[in-house]
Design a protein around this ligand. Structure first.
Ligand code: PEP
Ligand code: MG
Length: 914
């Protein structure tokens, strides 16, 4: 039996792995191997697999055979680099980095400069005194990271000592510290290390490397990483891989640098090389935003200088672009950019280091991007012939489309207001909120229903929960690739970063003479990088430009129809503008939410005689007719599902005394009468009470009035030349007899109206499937129905036995514990509630193969559920107007993926026949 492989080498000319091995080698490891295989310069190293991580989570040890393979691969790297690990005269150093199959930027740990000890450092300095500064700088970084990541004693005291040294020396940047300063700092760090961890700093490089590998494995389960996976619904992964790679140094001298870049703009998607670099620095400095990075391209550098009021002379002296300061390496980097895009056929996010004039690539991956960038890149790549339309559609995450529907500042308001400051336009959109200065306050204020803007000097991964809770993020430091910018873009949160003029002190900040304290309201414009005092008016998004083109492509490719849940003509207009192909649910009870109308509804509910109810219904009829006319006109001949009344009574009954008094006065009845009726209608379990068709069966005159209003409206609109397609829907049916009863009344009423009006309008009558019994007897119910619409809100409530109104109390905990991985009221519980849906589809189609079926619960706007609906054979999904574009994209994804699967299957079949 062969030896089981746990460690994969990568280094010229050929790596053990490749890009297709992400599950085993993680994204970083697989792409490092791929870059080696296509001839891009990568420092050699090796990847320990995710399977070892999974094993480590169980045993907390690194198995012996893995230890042996690590040692063998260290030897391979030594040979390739002509250096030796732990050698005093010619030492090889390593970086130890995490890298899971899904990108989790900044969430897990990294240790750099590993392999240094006192002896190696001293010998190095003696050998090359000109490198003394670099050697001490690397050593102090290593001690800090080791203390923080491996020993878990935090880095604050080390940062503090560094800050203290800078104050002592009167310098602003660590690059201004001399070799001697850093040597003193190292001595101080070693004492600090021992004091904090209770152990001297380990001098044996092998001890260091295995401790670092264990620490990176451990970081898979740290709270930050766990929360990131939960927020991003990253499931099904077994752990992180660990990449141990020969160190190359961007901090050796002024001919060294480190940088990060995107092959196209991650913010707008424009096709230019977008990157930042720092001379004489290590990678962490660029991402952490400690020094403001410089642009790699000259054109952007000039633009940056102009925006920041930096003179050309100063720019050339202090902030030259890489194109100017390292022209050969810049050219090489541009070639690599082109090669990687061509190879991966997608926008790449890369990390590189130049060590004493030699360029090395440290990472490449498909770059995270804003939705604006995602759309532009997908469209441009398709138009340039690089990818097919289907691939272009799959490049845009449907959930991310939601970010486009976030507001921007109303142009007139932006024109009239003067910004108090400017930073980098790190993540687009706009946000208004009260200022808070830490993640904890952001979370607790948001939990109280407040809108907050989180203001930080710079963000770190610990701020993740705060960023999530905030409407927007503002930072003083950091470039476009800083943690704040990258994470905010991923979340679709508006972010302005690198606002260097902002001076934060305690719980307030000063910006160009304006003073803002905690709780004050500001507005951020993440599209332009502007900060305003006070609340500016925001405008909702609309379908235009690239968004419009992309949605059109998705409409061409999808099979499912996408409708909207719309209760008013205004909602219906918006839905149509966003691409809705009909109304899938008009909740008629919602038409009475307005204060002026609710009394008519209450009068009807509280009437205790048929005459009383009919008198109230007379007042309601013209209101309803008008509403329905508006909907039919707005939808211009597309189908409109109007659901007959389904009011959970407790939502409409006046519970407060003042409201009861008002109603009594309006109806001219004694207060006591109203109170008695309210008492009589009280239900212990209103969601299972006199709702839906039960109300319509108890008081047929209510549904009769509604059907009359629908048909009269349809006749009116159709006479005016606008086609109409009314679809009347009966809610909360559990038994065929309920539908038969209500349908009979509805047909009689509709026919009476048509006869009276002397014309014909085609209408259909269907039902919601939202009671489990209805799903289980769908074949019987289908006999009476023209269509089905799955009401998955109630179906979830009744199948899981979770109250729709109260389940929030424990569902968060359930999600944390993994009992349900997603809130079943947001994303359909496919195994349980979904199974009921599948049963219903199967049974119904057995008796009526062409029965039209859709979904109108909240799940109709959830991409995962939409995929499920596609696969289950539904005809349409219906969701709120602002989710319509998300649903269109999700429906296109489902169709394209299914087509690709079919093609694969045919291919496999053809191959098996040959
Ligand atoms: C449902 O139950 O899924 C539904 C759409 O109806 P409502 O939310 O109005 O109960
Ligand atoms: Mg319902």
């Amino acid at each position: 039996m062969g030896v089981k492989k746990h460690v994969y080498y990568f280094g010229a000319p050929k790596a053990d792995g490749d890009r297709d091995m992400k599950m085993l080698l993680g994204g970083k490891g697989a792409n490092l191997a791929e870059m080696v295989n296509i001839g891009i310069p990568v420092p050699p190293g090796f990847t320990i697999t995710t399977k070892v991580c999974a094993e480590f989570q169980r045993t907390k040890t690194i198995p012996e055979d893995v230890v042996a393979q690590v040692r063998e691969n260290v030897a391979r790297v030594e040979k390739a680099m002509h250096k030796r690990f732990g050698d005093v005269d010619n030492p090889l150093l390593f970086s130890v980095r995490s890298g899971a199959a899904a990108s989790m930027p900044g969430m897990m740990d990294t240790v750099l400069n590993l392999g240094l000890n006192r002896e190696i450092v001293e010998a190095w300095v003696q050998r090359s005194p000109e490198q003394a500064r670099f050697v001490y700088d690397s050593y102090r970084r290593f001690i800090t990271m080791y203390a923080d990541i491996v020993m878990r004693v935090g880095r604050e005291d080390f940062e503090h000592a560094l800050g203290h040294m800078k104050v002592l020396k009167g310098t602003q940047f660590d690059t201004d510290l001399s070799a001697d300063d850093l040597k003193k700092l190292v001595d101080e760090y070693l004492i600090l290390f021992e004091r904090k961890s209770g152990k001297p700093f380990p001098q044996d490089p092998w001890e260091q490397v295995f401790a670092a590998i264990r620490a990176v494995f451990r970081s898979w389960g740290n709270p930050r990483a766990t929360m990131y996976r939960r927020l991003n619904h990253i499931t099904g992964l077994i752990g992180t891989a660990v990449n141990v790679q020969a160190m190359v140094f961007g901090n050796v001298n002024e001919r060294s640098a480190t940088g990060v870049a995107f092959s196209r703009s991650p913010s707008t998607g424009e096709n230019f090389f977008y990157g930042e670099y720092l001379v004489n620095a290590q990678g962490e400095d660029v991402v952490a935003g400690i020094r403001t990075p410089q642009q790699i391209g000259k054109a952007l550098s000039l633009k940056w200088a102009q925006e920041h009021g930096v003179s050309e002379e100063e720019r050339q002296r202090r902030y030259p672009s890489m194109e100017e300061s390292m022209p050969e390496n810049y050219k090489l980097l541009c070639d690599i950019r082109a090669k990687l895009e061509e190879h991966y056929r997608d926008m790449q996010d890369i990390e590189f280091t130049v060590e004493s004039g030699r360029l090395w690539m440290l990472q490449c991956r498909n770059g995270k991007r804003t939705i604006h960038a995602a759309l532009k890149i997908a469209i441009d790549m398709h138009r340039s012939g690089m990818i097919s339309k289907e691939e272009a559609v799959l490049r845009v995450d449907p959930e991310q489309v939601d970010h486009l529907l976030h507001p921007n500042i109303e142009p007139a308001a932006a024109k009239a207001a003067k910004p108090i400051g400017k930073g980098l336009a790190a993540s687009p959109g706009a946000a208004v909120g009260q200022v808070v200065f830490d993640a904890e306050s952001a979370k607790s204020w948001a939990a109280q229903g407040k809108q907050v803007i989180m203001v930080r000097l710079e963000t770190s991964p610990e701020d993740l929960a705060g960023m999530h809770a905030a409407q927007g993020i503002l930072t003083a430091r950091g470039g476009m690739t800083s943690h704040a910018a990258v994470v905010a873009r991923g979340m679709g949160k508006c972010c302005v970063s690198g606002c260097g003029d902002m001076v934060i002190s305690g719980r307030s900040f000063a910006l160009n003479g304006k003073f803002i304290k905690q709780g004050d309201v500001i507005t951020l414009d993440g599209t332009r990088g502007l900060i305003y005092k006070g609340a500016l008016k925001l405008k909702p998004a609309s379908l235009e430009g690239d968004f419009k083109i992309f949605v059109r492509w998705c409409q061409e490719l999808k099979r499912l129809n996408v409708r909207a849940n719309a209760d008013t003509p205004a909602d219906a207009d918006k839905a149509r503008e966003f691409g809705a192909e009909g109304v899938g649910l008009c909740r008629t009870e919602h038409m009475f939410f307005e204060a002026t109308r609710i009394n008519a509804m209450r009068e009807m509910i509280l009437a205790d005689t048929k005459e009383g109810r009919e008198a109230a219904l007379k007042k309601v009829l013209p209101i309803q007719r008008g509403d329905f006319e508006g909907l039919f006109r707005a939808m211009k001949g597309s189908p409109v599902v109007i659901r007959l009344l389904d009011p959970p009574l407790h939502e409409f009954i006046p519970h407060e005394r003042v409201a009861q008094e008002e109603l009594a006065a309006k109806l001219d009845v004694p207060l006591e009468k109203v109170r008695q009726r309210v008492k009589a209608l009280h239900e212990q379990n209103p969601m299972l009470g006199l709702r839906g068709c039960r109300l319509g069966i108890t008081y047929p005159e209510i549904y009769n009035m509604q059907v009359r209003a629908i048909i009269e409206a349809a006749v009116e609109v159709s006479k005016s030349g606008v086609p109409v397609k009314p679809e009347i829907m009966i809610p909360l049916v559990g038994k065929k007899a309920e539908l038969s009863f209500t349908k009979k009344h509805a047909v009689t009423t509709a026919e009476q109206v048509l006869e009276r009006k002397g014309c014909r309008v085609h209408y259909t009558i269907g039902t919601m499937i939202e009671v489990p019994r209805a799903a289980l007897t769908a074949d019987e119910i289908a006999e009476e129905a023209d269509f089905f619409s799955f009401g998955t809100n109630d179906l979830t409530q009744m199948s899981c036995g979770f109250s729709r109104d109260d389940a929030g109390q424990f569902l968060r905990l359930y999600e944390d514990l993994g009992i349900y991985t997603r809130d079943p009221f947001q994303s359909l519980d496919q195994e349980g509630v979904g199974e009921l849906l599948r049963i219903a589809v199967r049974k119904a189609r057995a008796v009526k193969p062409m029965l039209k079926m859709g979904i109108c619960g909240e799940h109709g706007g959830d991409p995962r559920t939409i995929e499920f609906c596609h696969r289950s054979g539904l005809d349409y999904v219906s969701c709120s107007p602002f989710r319509v574009p998300v649903a269109i994209v999700a429906a296109a994804h489902a169709a394209v993926v299914e087509r690709q699967e079919h093609a694969e299957r045919y291919k496999a079949l053809a191959a098996s026949k040959e």
